[in-house]
Design a protein around this ligand. Structure first.
Ligand code: OAD
Length: 246
């Protein structure tokens, strides 16, 4: 594996990897693909639900119109994620905490797999499927421990604690990610189609600072030509061996 991958890693990246302190990793659905979580735009099972595209059923408008339907969709997705485990890409990123003094993991994923692999302080731009939140008082509950009945705080309905289309990101999440990106030396963009904003701004913010931006993805994305380096392949193959020889 190493010999297949090593030639694609530039001397610049090796040098940066060996010396960087501040590193940002932005992840998308592709980092969990090898765990068996379908991506959004890869034609997987989750791209359409009962004839509705995911951006319709996963929308703020749908929540207003039909909260039970939104729950049905997220219950289905939680069911799919019930048995999935972190893969070598999640584990490699968690291990980088020991390597880089300031590692910031920013994810668009709601599956919680970075945390399961041991990553701490993960910035979840799109929320977490294992949490519910009251529509009124915003109290959250952990769905791995509690059933989703009415809010115990105020009695109102609970909703999935995820960002739906047309909704704002969790307060402060993007700002923290942008701050880390603006001062990082290395920015890895792993398994995202880089089509959804504002998450897709993070690599540009990194580059505007002094960040060297590296994409890891088996496919080309709108970001590929902008990146300093593209490592074409699966995250679970590339990330675990990235720092082996530096
Ligand atoms: P996408 O489904 O748009 O893109 C997944 C990316 O992962 C694609 O570029 C694939 O080529 C790549 N990929 C697939 N397998 C991979 C692997 N083994 N290793 C590395 N990369 C791989 O998912 P996101 O970019 O995460 O938002 O989508 C962004 C947001 O769009 C999601 O967070 C979600 C969705 O709407 C909300 O729900 C708010």
């Amino acid at each position: 594996m190493q010999s297949e991958i090593a030639p694609t890693i530039s001397a610049e990246l090796r040098q940066r990897f060996a010396s960087a302190s501040r590193v940002v990793v932005l992840t998308g659905a592709g980092v969990s693909a090898e765990s068996g979580v379908p991506t959004f735009r890869g034609g997987g099972n989750t791209s359409v639900w009962k004839g509705m595209p995911f951006d319709v059923i996963s929308s703020g408008q749908m929540l207003e119109r039909d909260l039970p339907a939104v729950w049905e969709w997220f219950d289905y997705r939680r069911e799919l994620m019930q048995s999935v485990k972190p893969n070598p890409a999640h584990v490699a990123i968690a291990n980088w905490q020991r390597r880089f003094p300031e590692l910031t993991v920013v994810t668009q994923n709601i599956d919680g797999l970075h945390q399961k692999a041991g990553s701490r302080g993960v910035i979840e731009l799109h929320g977490n499927i294992w949490r519910a939140r009251c529509v009124t008082c915003e109290m959250t509950i952990d769905l791995t421990e509690h059933r989703r009945n009415a809010c115990v705080g105020c009695g109102d309905n609970l909703r999935p604690d995820v960002v739906l289309f047309g909704e704002m990101l969790p307060p402060g999440a993007y700002e923290r990610a942008a701050t880390a990106a603006s001062t990082c030396e290395l920015c890895f963009v792993v398994g995202t189609s880089a089509l959804v904003y504002p998450a897709a701004n993070i690599p540009a913010i990194a580059k505007m600072g002094s960040g060297y931006v590296v994409e890891i993805n088996p496919e080309k994305t709108p970001l590929s030509s902008f990146c300093d380096e593209v490592l074409s392949g699966k995250a679970g193959d590339i990330l675990p061996v990235l720092g082996d020889d530096v």
